[in-house]
Design a protein around this ligand. Structure first.
Ligand code: NAD
Length: 321
């Protein structure tokens, strides 16, 4: 069995490789060659932790396995390590033998950023120049970096409930040589592309704060009860998701569906756009909305890519198991 420790991931995985792996597995999901297993997520009654598994099988990429992990809210203060902890396990689909164990923390941020970047590549207007961010935490910086590579953006604007975190976005804009402006929610109307990546449990953005032609990637809502945008926005938009079943149960779509503003049959898989079986954006004035809930197959796809890179570079640790 191969082990790729967390400390090696930053030197191995690139945004480009994460993008390619996620785009490919979304395509495989939409063509029925890959599927996710039901998600397990439990409050374990110890250390206030939420722990669970996300897994699946990708017959196209021959990845089988799961990501195990979750959220330990006291890690930083008690143990000096980050609160989100995860590990990916890959198995040989021919034999069921364990193939690899891979650090999943950085990979999670890269695969989540890759998902919204894939949606921007396939759904945003080609002439988009202003990107707007809602959220400025750990994931937001990864999201912005990957998004900036998808269009010739000229400006970054951002809003965050906690304005003291906005420098996290400003730094990424500066790295890319772009100006950054902090705005009120009304100011987000200037954006051609929007990403929401917060841990909010209430709608932040109203439907009238998004103008015609915008593409919005809603990335923060990955649990029942979380919410970032007004459900009326989903009624107004053409809605896409990584996986429809997950979007209507734990994604941003859950609220619009519960209020009868959206039916699951009206949601398209982003993989169908990648495969060319769905036209994607069909007009310059359409609002496209991507509900990125985060699926196990994304984790397996980036972990499998990183194992190949680690083997090629000679840094994978081989153990007799
Ligand atoms: P973080 O703690 O670093 O940042 C949280 C962000 O949410 C900050 O911008 C904060 O100001 C904002 N926020 C907190 N409470 C809020 C509220 N009540 N209203 C509005 N904004 C609020 O967290 P992170 O690691 O950046 O993760 C952000 C979100 O992304 C989380 O909800 C996480 O579960 C989700 N996430 C989704 C995926 C996916 O695949 N879709 C993957 C990883 C993380």
């Amino acid at each position: 069995m191969l082990i790729v420790p967390e400390r090696e991931i930053a030197d191995l995985m690139t945004r480009e490789a994460a993008f390619a792996a996620v785009e490919k597995v979304f395509a495989a999901m939409a063509s029925g060659r890959a599927y996710n297993f039901p998600v397990v997520r439990e409050a374990i009654g110890h250390a206030d932790a939420l722990y669970g598994f996300k897994g699946g099988f990708d017959r196209a990429g021959m990845s089988l396995g799961l990501k195990a992990g979750g959220y330990w809210p006291h890690n930083l203060e008690r143990h000096g390590i980050i609160n989100h902890q995860s590990t990916v396990f890959l198995f040989d689909p021919e034999t069921g033998r364990a193939r690899a164990m891979v650090g999943g923390n950085l990979l999670t941020a890269l695969r989540t950023a890759a998902a919204s970047a894939v949606s921007i590549r396939h759904l945003a207007r080609a002439d988009a120049t202003v990107i707007g961010m809602i959220g400025a935490g750990h994931q937001a910086a990864f999201q912005l970096r990957a998004a900036l590579e998808q269009r010739a953006f000229e400006k970054v604007i951002g809003w965050n409930l906690h304005p003291e975190m906005l420098p996290n976005l400003e730094r990424v804009a500066e790295e890319a040589g772009l100006p950054f402006e902090a705005v009120e929610l009304d100011g987000l109307r200037a954006a051609d592309v929007l990403i929401s990546i917060t841990s909010s449990f209430d709608a932040i953005l109203r439907a009238d704060q998004v103008v015609a032609g915008t593409h919005i990637a809603c990335m923060g809502t990955d649990t029942k009860g979380k919410q970032e945008v007004d459900p009326a926005l989903l009624a107004r938009a053409t809605v896409f998701a990584d996986e429809i079943a997950q979007a209507v149960s734990i994604g941003e779509c859950q609220h619009a569906v519960a209020r009868g503003l959206l039916d699951a049959s009206e949601i398209a898989e982003i993989g169908a756009v990648i495969n060319g079986t769905h036209p994607g954006r069909i007009s310059e004035s359409e609002i496209t909305l991507f509900d990125g809930t985060g699926v196990g197959l994304q984790d397996l796809a980036v972990a499998a890519a990183v194992v190949d890179l680690a083997v090629a570079k000679g840094v994978a640790i081989e153990v007799d198991f």
